[in-house]
Design a protein around this ligand. Structure first.
Ligand SMILES: [Zn+2]
Length: 280
């Protein structure tokens, strides 16, 4: 009975399956991106594990049903989900945040979030200015609000928060330096400035200040010095072009500074086009 109620409540909280691309829930093997950064998400919904001897950080969770897949992926790498101490998100949307509540419960990890995305996480997306309650997820309490530029520390992990608002009011990019084979790699776990269909920038904006937020995000991301980068969707960072399951680990696999600049420019162009269209 309890299982039935849990299943029903999951159904009620999530969106119709038809609205979700199959790639979002299709399993994909966990793999090492570079150094202590691992990908543990699904075929397209990226989740990242950053490991240390003093516990791990998990960024994103995927859809509500993703927790077992993430656990399997974490364990396949030889780590324990229970050793996750800090949970982070790149954006408070249901396709990246829906399993946070469940994973928080089983790990006892703390959820740290930006000031602007914290309310969306805490009300399960009910206050999302774009989806307006259409796509909701299990609400999850935020334990600490992060400031822009703050260095998140856990064991030897040093992760810098770069606010990247627009896609959601508190979207976040995280950067760190990884040393491998005597070389330092600048790594970005980047939330891209993509616009969901129907977003409004200037006329009747989705939220006040959204156009300026996107502009600031593009400016900052264009200025970032990046060697290795990943994003919230595997399709955005070309995971399946860069890596095939079973490929041996090489620190260079995800080195792609040109690809990052190109994708930032791509989303900025779409933004400029939308601004122009709204001005007509
Ligand atoms: Zn989103």
């Amino acid at each position: 009975m309890i299982r039935l109620i849990a299943a029903l409540s999951l159904l009620l909280m999530s969106v119709p399956a038809a609205a979700q691309p199959a790639d979002w829930s299709r399993p994909f093997p966990a793999h090492r991106v570079i150094g202590n950064l691992y990908a543990v998400g699904t075929y397209d919904l990226a989740c990242f594990l950053i490991t240390s001897d003093d516990g791990h950080i998990l960024i994103n969770t995927g859809l509500a049903g993703s927790a077992p897949l993430i656990r399997e992926n974490v364990e396949s790498l030889g780590f324990r989900l229970e050793d996750v101490r800090v949970l982070l998100t790149m954006q408070a949307h249901y396709d990246h945040a829906a399993a946070l509540a469940e994973i928080k419960k089983v790990t006892g990890a703390k959820l740290w979030a930006t000031a602007a995305d914290a309310p969306l996480l805490e009300d399960g997306g009910a206050s999302d200015p774009h989806f307006q309650g259409e796509y909701t997820f299990a609400p999850v309490p935020v334990d600490r609000v992060l400031r822009d530029g703050e260095v998140i520390e856990l064991g030897r992990i040093r992760l810098t928060l770069v606010e990247s608002p627009g896609h959601t009011p508190g979207s976040a990019t995280y950067t760190m330096t990884v040393s491998e084979n005597g070389r330092d790699y600048r790594v970005a776990i980047a939330n891209m400035g993509s616009m969901n269909p129907g977003l409004r920038l200037s006329k009747d904006p989705t939220y006040p200040g959204i156009a300026g937020d996107f502009a600031r995000t593009f400016r900052r991301q264009q200025a970032m010095e990046v060697d290795v980068w990943v994003a919230a969707h595997a399709s955005q960072y070309g995971l399946h072009d860069k890596y095939r399951p079973g490929d041996p680990y090489r620190p260079e696999t995800f080195v792609d500074p040109g690809g990052f600049r190109k994708l930032v420019a791509h989303y900025e162009k779409l933004y400029q086009e939308q601004l122009a269209a709204e001005g007509r």
